[in-house]
Design a protein around this ligand. Structure first.
Ligand code: AMP
Ligand code: ZN
Length: 491
């Protein structure tokens, strides 16, 4: 247990706009809620970046000794286009000519499979919005009773102006209700809302709408913001420790969650609100709805014109972790190539350490101090780029020992390896590839295959050479033409 790090952890809290010492409600337990995906299309690499950041937060909190209950929901109803349009799942069901629940199933399976490939741990509870309709109806009843919600023609809306009379709508996103009123598009007469900034808690369904439930107001469906309040309060309590999601969810989604919780329970839901920054492509946010995105499958099977080669999950993940979760990160082929190089350099360094047997009586590296700096980087708001820089300090030392320019005691090899393994594989969740030299028989087979591939390339038979590479890749074997030492790696 690495619990000495517990008292030093600082987390940037979007609510206060500051890094704060993390102090959970209970000494031993942490409640972590992360908004999950709306399962109407395949997850893209931007989504993966956000879920990877929270996976590392979950892993680190557990490693330093907390018993973490990690709740991540599945949004399978109520997420409307532009907050007022068609339900995204219903629309996709129409387009794909499937039942809405077939859409939900199809993209939930994709989501789980992709996260597993990236070695992300499953949450403790993964509740769905459609599984919590009763809880959502009960919350709406409470909000109506408290006069911060009103019914109109079978739909129910949250009354932002009434709420704001004794509360602060905008506390998270630092928006001011008067500015919001001023800047929000005037009502177009189609909606039943009293004011443009009000948001739907319950929507009456059209007769042809499939996903609908009975309620005191109409046959309809819940609004998107409500599900997270219903599920977080049910599984983590009315007040819990950390609530997370991408920066794009801060407003209106999280602002609305806070308003609902404050009105129902008198709390801001969570003590720490954590937001991850966006993965961009060509300088713009990767997004499902605009189509400006790359899917994991495109990177793993050579299917994107923007990417020159197939990359392994771990090198893509390494690329993401080289930026702090609160910084914008732009994806490009060059950046991926550089990260792949870095990832393989790290893996080779670890392998050198594992195989090392030229020991000395002294160690010319302060392991204790270095270990503390690894914890310090994670304790500083989960700073993975600094952690990686620290780990490369140790890799540099390992390479020096290998070259006979530095010294390592036998006992310290075990210590060093243990700490590296902890941070690289347990905290960051990277996977260890099989490198050239790890398996003699495999090396022989690979040499034959690579020889055949080179012959094909020399004869300009690129169809065959690409085919060999793609087939290997489908089986988790990446070949690296630029690096002769690690000619292949298996994830
Ligand atoms: P969605 O399914 O669109 O609700 O997104 C699921 C999660 O991915 C949310 O936490 C979003 O904030 C996050 N997300 C969406 N796009 C990006 C992006 N380009 N970069 C990082 N996170 C994103
Ligand atoms: Zn949410």
């Amino acid at each position: 247990m690495h619990s000495f790090a517990k008292n030093k952890l600082k987390i940037y809290n979007s609510l206060s706009g500051k890094k704060e010492i993390f102090s959970p409600i209970s000494k031993e337990h942490v409640g972590l809620y992360v908004c999950g995906p709306t399962v109407y299309s395949n997850v893209h690499l931007g989504n993966i970046r956000t879920f990877t950041s929270f996976d590392i937060i979950f892993r680190y909190l557990s490693i330093i000794g907390y018993n973490v209950r990690y709740v991540r929901n599945i949004t399978d109803v109520g997420h409307l286009e532009n907050d007022e349009g068609e339900d995204r799942i219903s629309k996709k069901a129409r387009v794909e000519n499937l039942e809405p629940m077939e859409i939900v199933q199809k993209y939930t399976v994709d989501f789980h499979g992709t996260l597993r490939k990236f070695n992300l741990l499953p949450p403790s509870i993964e509740p769905s919005a459609t599984g919590h309709i009763i809880e959502q109806i009960n919350l709406i009843k409470k909000l109506v009773e408290k006069k911060v919600a009103y019914e109109k023609n079978g739909s129910v809306y949250f009354d932002v102006i009434n709420y704001n009379k004794s509360n602060n709508y905008g506390i998270l996103s630092k928006r001011n209700v008067d500015d919001l009123i001023h800047n929000t598009r005037a009502l177009d007469g189609v909606t039943d809302k009293k004011n443009p900034q009000d948001f739907a808690l319950w929507k009456k369904a059209d007769p042809e709408h499939i996903m609908k439930w009975d309620s005191p107001w109409s046959k309809g469906f819940p609004g998107w913001h409500l599900e997270c309040t219903a599920m977080s309060s049910k599984y983590l309590g009315e007040k819990f420790d950390i609530h997370g999601g991408g920066m794009d969810l801060k407003f209106p989604h999280h602002e609305c969650e806070i308003a609902q919780s404050k009105a129902c329970f008198g709390t801001n839901a969570a003590n720490y609100w954590v937001h991850t920054n966006m993965l961009t492509l060509n300088g713009s946010k990767m997004s499902k709805s605009t189509g400006n995105n790359i899917l994991p499958s495109e990177i793993f099977s050579d299917g994107s014109p923007l990417i020159s080669k197939i990359f392994s999950e771990s090198s893509v993940k390494f690329f993401m972790l080289q930026a702090h979760y609160r910084s914008i990160l732009d994806l490009s082929n060059d950046a991926l190539l550089a990260s792949e190089k870095g990832y393989l350099k790290l893996m080779k360094g670890i392998k050198i350490l594992e195989d090392l047997n030229n020991f000395s009586l002294e160690t010319s590296f302060d392991i204790k101090k270095w270990e503390l700096s690894c914890y310090d980087s994670m304790n500083d708001d989960f700073n993975t780029p600094i952690l990686i820089a620290n780990i490369f300090e140790a890799i540099k030392f390992i390479n020096q020992v290998y070259a006979g320019k530095a010294y390592l005691k036998k006992e310290d090899k075990i210590k060093l390896l243990e700490i590296i393994n902890l941070f690289v594989f347990k905290v960051m969740g990277l996977k260890k590839p099989v490198l050239k030299g790890d398996d003699e028989k495999l090396d022989k087979v690979m040499n034959i295959l690579l020889k055949l591939r080179n012959e094909a390339r020399n004869k300009k038979n690129y169809e065959l050479s690409d085919n060999i590479r793609n087939l290997l890749n489908e089986n988790g074997i990446s070949i690296n033409d630029n690096d002769k030492d690690s000619l292949y790696s298996i994830d």
